[in-house]
Design a protein around this ligand. Structure first.
Ligand code: SF4
Length: 398
């Protein structure tokens, strides 16, 4: 993993320094396959923001973005990333010797399927670097995906090709897109199999492991490297299942996590749950990079469908149906909803969903307050107290 991520960031750095290859920035569930097929190196600012969060420097950087007009209420990925840019700091320099800054974009591409924040975030950088900004404007709160959705998004994806050809200097090659998409599909299938191993008891991995292991599925989908990585990881996890090696020693409780991780507390939370013999087996967050509809024989329509079928894009009715399937598949004892202060898009507890699901499934649930990157929104003491009370409740229902 370390080597793969290092190679990825050094290649981006070299493209920026030598000006020989073009760099495209892309939102995390944006049209990366189109960009790769046109020869761009693809950089995902959200991955950088997660690094800011995990290295616990995000909170101090957010006020710099607030000072130039981005409210503390909006996405703390956006505010910490822009804050880091304004302060000229990046965790990449610490992780990878010789890298001094984030890669410079030749173009920025977003898809509003996840939120509007990605558009505003990239607009900032388009102005800073004086480069083009391209986007896909998607439908939100979809219950059933219909032909009209797919048709419109497919057309928007296709419309990107002309300007991207001009920026990249390369001609679009449908065969190359099919190749990249086939690799993305394989990566997605393997990533799903990796996450699905958590249905075993004891589970060989936790949500906290998944939050780290998903790196290649986010930044390297569409490459052979990602496929090789997940083949290796999957075989290791299968061995663990065979040997009954659980990620949590003496696993007693199985929990589903809905929402974003709290990056600055990933290790602390992993240790807290493990010490209570609770395994957080699965999450909607890690599943966000499963694109089951990719089909290289129908690239535009299948990309449109896959990028629209994501959990975050869907209406509560579709989300609840999905969560019920997950509860059953992963055999969970309870659900934790993370109410992430600065990301309403990845927060599902504000309109009665926990209550509705609890009534239908009889499974206990807990809402925890926090944030993905802004640690001022989290009380560690309160989090621990709430988790302990929840585990006691799960014990009571055993
Ligand atoms: S989905 Fe949430 S965390 Fe992700 S970019 Fe949008 S607002 Fe930020």
């Amino acid at each position: 993993m370390k080597q793969i991520m290092a190679d990825y960031y050094y290649k981006l750095d070299s493209a920026t320094k030598t000006y020989k290859e073009k760099v495209a920035w892309c939102s995390s569930v944006g049209p990366a396959e189109i960009l790769r097929s046109l020869g761009f190196h693809v950089y995902f600012p959200e991955n950088h923001s997660a690094m800011l969060g995990a290295s616990r420097i995000a909170t101090d950087l957010i006020p710099y973005a607030n000072a130039v007009g981005y409210s503390p209420e909006v996405c703390s990925y956006l505010t910490s990333d822009i804050g880091a840019y304004l302060k000229k700091v990046t965790p990449l320099s610490k992780a990878y010797e010789g890298i001094k800054s984030i890669p410079k974009p030749d173009v920025l591409v977003f898809n509003t399927n996840q939120c509007r924040d990605v558009q505003d975030w990239m607009r900032f950088y388009a102005k800073e670097f004086s480069v083009p900004l391209l986007g896909i404007y998607t439908y939100r709160n979809i219950n059933e995906i219909e032909g009209i959705h797919v048709k419109s998004i497919a057309q928007q994806i296709e419309n990107l090709i002309d300007p991207l050809e001009k920026i990249s200097g390369n001609s679009f090659d449908k065969m190359e897109l099919k190749k990249v998409l086939a690799l993305s599909r394989k990566c997605s299938e393997l990533w799903k199999k990796v996450l699905d191993t958590a249905s075993a008891s004891p589970s060989p991995l936790t949500f906290f492991d998944g939050s780290i292991q998903m790196g290649p599925a986010v930044v390297l989908r569409g490459t052979q490297q990602a496929v090789d990585y997940y083949n290796l990881l999957l075989s290791e996890l299968k061995d663990r299942i065979k040997n009954k090696e659980g990620a949590v020693v003496d696993e007693r409780f199985r929990i589903y996590w809905d929402g974003m991780p709290i990056w600055g507390r990933l290790r602390a939370h992993s240790e807290l749950f493990a010490s209570r013999k609770a395994c957080v087996v699965a999450s909607t967050y890690c599943n966000s990079w499963i694109f089951s509809d990719f089909n290289e024989n129908d690239p535009f329509n299948s990309m449109a469908k896959a990028y629209t079928a994501l959990f975050i894009v869907r209406a509560d009715e579709a989300k609840e149906k999905y969560l019920k399937k997950m509860i059953e598949f992963f055999k969970v004892d309870g659900i934790i909803y993370h109410d992430s202060k600065s990301c309403s898009n990845n927060t599902n507890s504000r309109y009665g969903m926990p209550q509705r699901l609890e009534e239908e499934t009889r499974l206990p649930s807990l809402v925890v307050n926090g944030d993905l990157n802004d640690l001022r929104c989290l009380s560690d003491e309160q989090f621990k107290t709430n988790i302990d009370a929840f585990i006691e409740q799960l014990e009571g229902s055993k």
